[in-house]
Design a binder for this molecule. Structure first.
Ligand SMILES: [Zn+2]
Length: 87
């Protein structure tokens, strides 16, 4: 088992594909790590709705782009589910 990350990732579960896969990004305005809809362009946090998103990079500088919830959990990330109400 490699490094454990222990960082909170907000996961917009309803926006992910059937395998729980999404885009793994960090908002450069509010700093929130999040797993959003693939191709999504804006921070899901209600406050900033920023479009300044960056791919997550690990400590060796590798970009992690698409990833699944399961893979995040295996890496030690703390999953914070955020369910967006359907209208
Ligand atoms: Zn944000």
């Amino acid at each position: 088992m490699s490094k454990q990350y222990n960082e909170v990732v907000r996961v917009y579960e309803d926006c992910l594909d059937l395998n729980g896969r999404g885009d793994f990004v960090r908002c450069t305005d509010c700093g929130l790590l999040q797993l959003i809809q693939i191709g999504g362009t804006s921070c899901g946090c209600d406050i900033c709705q920023s479009e300044n998103l960056q791919w997550y990079t690990d400590e060796t500088g590798n970009e992690i782009q698409e990833i699944t919830i399961t893979e995040l959990e295996q890496m030690g990330f703390i999953i914070e589910d955020c369910v967006i109400p359907m209208f």
